[in-house]
Design a protein around this ligand. Sequence first.
Ligand SMILES: NC(=O)c1ccc[n+]([C@@H]2O[C@H](COP(=O)([O-])OP(=O)(O)OC[C@H]3O[C@@H](n4cnc5c(N)ncnc54)[C@H](OP(=O)(O)O)[C@@H]3O)[C@@H](O)[C@H]2O)c1
Length: 305
Amino acid sequence: MSDRAARVIVMTGATSGIGAQALERLAREPGNRMLLGARGTGRAVPAGVQTVPLDLASLTSVREFAQDVVRNLARARIDVLVLNAAVQARHLDGRTADGFESTFGVNHLAHYLLVRLLLPYLSDGGRIVITTSDTHDPAIIPFGPRHLDPAALAHPAERGAVAAGMRAYAASKLCNLLTARSLAARDEVRARRIQVVAYNPGLTGGTNLMQLSTRAQRAASAVIRPALTIIGRFRPAFAMGTPERAGEVLAQLATGEIAPPPESVYVSLVRGEVTFPEPSALARDDATRDDLWRRSQELVGPLAP
Ligand SMILES: NC(=O)c1ccc[n+]([C@@H]2O[C@H](COP(=O)([O-])OP(=O)(O)OC[C@H]3O[C@@H](n4cnc5c(N)ncnc54)[C@H](OP(=O)(O)O)[C@@H]3O)[C@@H](O)[C@H]2O)c1
């Protein structure tokens, strides 16, 4: 740890769902100093948690957040960086402040920039946890990506409908996994013994991800849930877990209580059990990994101010 008094944990996506459950646990543990990036002001967070403004739909906000975090650290270092925030849109209409398709912009590009900006401030022996999803794998979920074109994801030619939104989400989660693999392969990360984890919490009910805002959407969800209980008996990826369990494991990954085997990054929660499977073939492809890293760098622009 960088500071004997506290383990500094910087986190995104902890204002609802899985992240909020993880935050509650981490904030309860004595010795953890939590810095949380969140939209809006006055968000309800556990006592002692410091909230720093962050809107991942704006790369300017990401840069300002990184600067605020560094200012707040003073001479301390970040021991754990948890990148958990995400959106799942129903279509491809949304654009970030920088003009990127929202799912790709928020879930991948913003986190890519954030980790690049904060990496120099991580302590040696520190940890980066990025939340991905098994939707990245077409062997598990049919709309999982079979190829990756970062330029098309950033600026899709068509607006598309529900299936396009789900495909964009799955692709963004592949990007999260590939980014974790890129980080783990970097000389600097290896030399500084920084551990990198890509975490799939598995299908989890009761979070805000699906944005069930209308009565019709909630009614459809009420019908789908029992069906998933049956399907989940035969297809483990469709067994619905709870935010409490998914958040508990996220917290354990953040503290290092659970870690993937050496030379691996992927941790997957299946029916409430922690497993260490191989990610998809595309997620294991080094050319795809390196191409995404390079193109993401081009899209976010210079890292220095
Ligand atoms: N639920 C599942 O079935 C499932 C399955 C596999 C993987 N995952 C992954 O698990 C993680 C957590 O998802 P969840 O289900 O807990 O979803 P959730 O309840 O919707 O939580 C998403 C979090 O991301 C934050 N966020 C979204 N857009 C943001 C933005 N522009 N700027 C800053 N923060 C933003 C949200 O903040 P606000 O409170 O401001 O909205 C919230 O804290 C995600 O990475 C998701 O991809 C979920």
